[in-house]
Design a protein around this ligand. Sequence first.
Ligand code: GUN
Length: 293
Amino acid sequence: MKLLDGKLASQAIKDDLKTKVEELKKLGNKIPHLAAVLVGNNGASETYVASKVKSCEEIGFKSTLIRLEDTISEAALLEVIHKLNYDNDVDGILVQLPLPKHISEEKVIDLIDAAKDVDGFHPVNIGKMVQGSETFVSATPYGILLLLQHYKIETKGKHAVVIGRSNIVGRPISILLSRNDDPGNCTVTLCHSHTKNLKEICLQADIIIAALGKPEFLKADMVKQDAVIIDVGITRITDASKKSGYAIKGDVDFENVSPKCSYITPVPGGVGPMTIAALLMNTYKANSLNHDL
Ligand code: GUN
């Protein structure tokens, strides 16, 4: 078993981006600028957004964190997005999800300028991704592709089983892995809460992407010998023995599954850091496209 180390792979991407930013500075060109919008104070969202902003700083990107009360009206949040769309200094906009229940995520995402949608959630960018056109691919699925690429994992002709059909991870990664591309060219089965015989389907998988958000759901008896396992889960479980008061669990029973597989992502330190690296790649691309660099 070999670990798919997201910390290592993401550092290589960040180092490369840092060099590119230094080049931009030398040439007197505009450096990438990410604006992150955080509504409310959900603990996990706070941690993710702080990581995104810190990573921008590490590689020399400009970043702006816009913190808003969870009581903000939908109209007021839409106004914030509108201003960011028209701010020429801002290259990438991300609105951390989930949003409070009284705000329509769909309306917010639809309003983000597709050319600044570094999260790849806008319907125009989703459509382009489905067509196989050049676009912003959502950070988590893009990060998974970058990880597979980094470790030179052959995907062509493989059976990939995706568990979970969320708009953010499951559905897009199922489409990306089925595309005529590298990574890609998989035969993909997308499983969800109504799938029958999930265990039998998983046992046929060469690659499993577990993205359902249920801690330690994927057990060893569901995994074929030498399968590649990508664990997207990141759930906080109360744990009094930890300083933070919680432990992070993936969707895979790592202890028992890892001895069976050829490659597996750890949690934390697998897909998480790759999501951030992919977001930074998208922000760099938005800066280049929006300023003809
Ligand atoms: N919430 C969980 N994952 C994501 C993500 O990739 N982007 C945003 N904006 N919110 C999220």
